[in-house]
Every structure is written in C-alpha cells, then in structure tokens.
Design a binder for this molecule. Structure first.
Ligand code: PHE
Length: 325
C-alpha cells in the first residue's frame, strides 16, 4: 500500500489547479468525500495493525499535501479574480464640490472693494463687554437706544453680550491705534429679531475713517463709490436722517429695488460723523480729529444682489439654494 500512496502522491502533484473548474475536479477525484484519499482511508481500516503506524503516517501526509494544494490554488484564483474585476477605465465616483456661501462671497467682495481705496481690515470678539458694545459708543446707561437693540446677554451681571453690531470694533481699534485710521471690520452680530428680513445672527461690515478735516461729503463720496462698485451704475440710493448715539449727524442709506414688479426701498446701512464723545472715550482729541463711520448689513446686500426675499434661506443650508452660487 505504501507504493500506491507514493504513486498517488506523484499523480496529485501533477494536477493543474488554475481555474475554479480545476478545483472542482480535484475535489471530486482527490480530496472530496468520494475522492481517492477517503477510499485509501477505508482500505486502511483493513490492514494489519503492525503496518498501521507507517501507512497511517504516509496517508496523513498525503491528505495534508492535497489539502494544502487545494487551498493555495483557491486563494490564488480569488486574488487574480479581484484584480481582473477592477476596471481602471471606469469613471470615478462623483465628488460633490462645495462652494463658497453667498454671504462669504459678498463679504469678500466688499472687503476687496474697500481695499482698493486703502482700507485695512480689523477684527474683534463676538462676545463683548458693555464698554465696547455700548458705553464707549456713547450709549448712556439709561439711554433708550440701549433697549432699541434687543440683546442676547451672556452674563447679565457682568454685562457681557453677544455683540449687537460691529461698531464695537471701532472702539477696539481706536483704543489701540493712533489716527489717521481707515479700516473696515467684517463680522457676525446678534440680535433678538427674527422675520423675513431679520435674523438673530447676521453679518455686518463696519467702516471707519478718522483723520483731520473729514467731512460728511467724504462719507457720501465713499458710499457712492461703494454702491457703484458693488451694484453697478443705475441704482437708486437715498439718505434718510437717523439717530445713532455714536454718530452726529446720522443717516440711513436705502437702495431701491424691484420685488414682484413693485419698487421698494431697502435699508442697507447706518452711517454718520463720529460723535466727539466716542473719540474722547478713546483718548483721541476731537478738536484735532474727526471722522465718519458706517455699518452695512451683508445679508441685505446679498438679498439685493441675488433678489432673495427671505433672509432665512441663507441659514437653512439647503443644497438646492446653495449650489446656485
Ligand atoms: N451700528 C449701527 C447698527 O448696527 C450701524 C452704524 C455703524 C451706524 C456706524 C453708524 C455708524 O445699526
């Protein structure tokens, strides 16, 4: 029987195991339930016990060899099949590229319009103390203008608020730098206000110029330059007298636009000549220096530019809306 095992071993080694069909044949003829190896094990039961040790060892070796051949071949077939299945010429999965939010686009554009005429960009914190958001801007404690801004308080006792306007950056800059100054300050601001044209979080760009002999004519000049650069030539603009504690005189600027076939005015910014008290609060001599400031609502600009009627669309993050920009 040993001889037969030897020759079976040679036969097994000569099997070609390249395809799944080869594997099936091998299993049927050699390693399977009705294969020849099992047949040998059946015969093994009949042999005299003194031969069992040697023949048993040889048989087990044979079985191991056959199984190893089988699994190795199976693995190789699997691997090569994976490679073949991958078609390198297929187009790749679509990658959804995001785009810049319309508010960011408008902010960047406004910044670049002002940078062209020598303005630099300043920044300030969104959580402000009472001094920078109100007091230094000439809001007395009991001033009605203080209630005018319905404010989110972070800490009522210490009077820490989410800044209600970017005008706080006027103070932060005036406290730290010497005139002449010419800057804009974009940022997020917060108010308890919510409807189609008001959002509790929105964006403003503050603008300030402090120098010698600055006049209201300079302010109007810069504003006309700005709206022309941003909206183009044929645009209706009007100034209305207004009130802010930190400017005197003050005005609001509206822009005319057509909604649903009707002509309407939309307020886009507040402006005015810097109140001497603001300069004094920041240790700047109002006899020597004067200036103007304005704060423009970024959402309002974007609504006019893209004819969007509801401010809330900017914050819903609906891709159908966002991918149009
Ligand atoms: N801070 C004012 C507002 O939020 C706008 C403004 C800025 C007015 C600068 C005058 C000067 O309504």
């Amino acid at each position: 029987m040993l001889k037969e095992i030897e020759s079976l071993k040679e036969r097994i080694k000569n099997y070609s195991l390249k395809t799944p069909a080869d594997l099936e044949v091998f299993k049927r003829e050699i390693t399977g339930k009705n294969g020849i190896i099992n047949e040998f094990f059946e015969r093994f039961k009949q042999i005299p016990s003194e031969e069992k040790k040697i023949i048993g060892g040889a048989l087990n070796q044979l079985k191991q060899l056959a199984n190893e051949m089988f699994y190795l071949a199976q693995e190789q077939i699997e691997n090569s099949r994976n490679k073949l299945d991958f078609d390198f010429t297929l187009p790749s999965k679509e990658i959804m590229a995001g785009s810049q939010h319309p508010i960011s686009q408008v902010m960047e554009e406004v910044i670049s319009i002002f940078e062209r005429i020598g303005f630099v960009v300043k920044d300030g914190p969104e959580m402000e103390d009472d001094w920078h958001n109100f007091s230094a801007l000439n809001f007395p404690d009991d001033h009605p203008a203080r209630d005018m801004q319905d404010t989110f308080f972070v800490n009522k006792n210490e009077k820490i608020v989410l800044r209600t306007h970017t005008s706080s950056i006027q103070i932060r800059t005036l406290e730290n730098e010497l005139p002449p100054l010419r800057f804009i300050a974009p940022g997020r601001v917060y108010r308890c206000d919510s409807d189609a044209t008001h959002s509790p979080v929105f964006h403003q760009i503050e603008c300030m110029v402090i120098d010698k002999n600055v006049s209201f004519a300079d302010l109007k000049d810069v504003l006309y330059y700005f709206v022309k650069a941003f909206f183009g030539e044929n645009l209706q603009v009007r100034f209305r007298p207004s009130y802010f504690p930190f400017t005197e005189p003050s005005a609001e600027m509206d822009i005319g636009w057509n909604v649903d076939g009707k002509f309407k005015w939309m307020e886009i910014l507040g402006c005015g000549m810097v109140d001497p008290n603001v300069l004094k609060n920041c240790n700047i001599d109002p006899e020597k220096y004067s200036g103007y400031a304005f704060g423009v609502g970024v959402e309002r600009l974007a609504m006019l530019r893209y004819k969007i009627r509801d401010i809330r669309l900017f914050y819903e993050n609906d891709v159908r809306f966002l991918k149009q920009f």
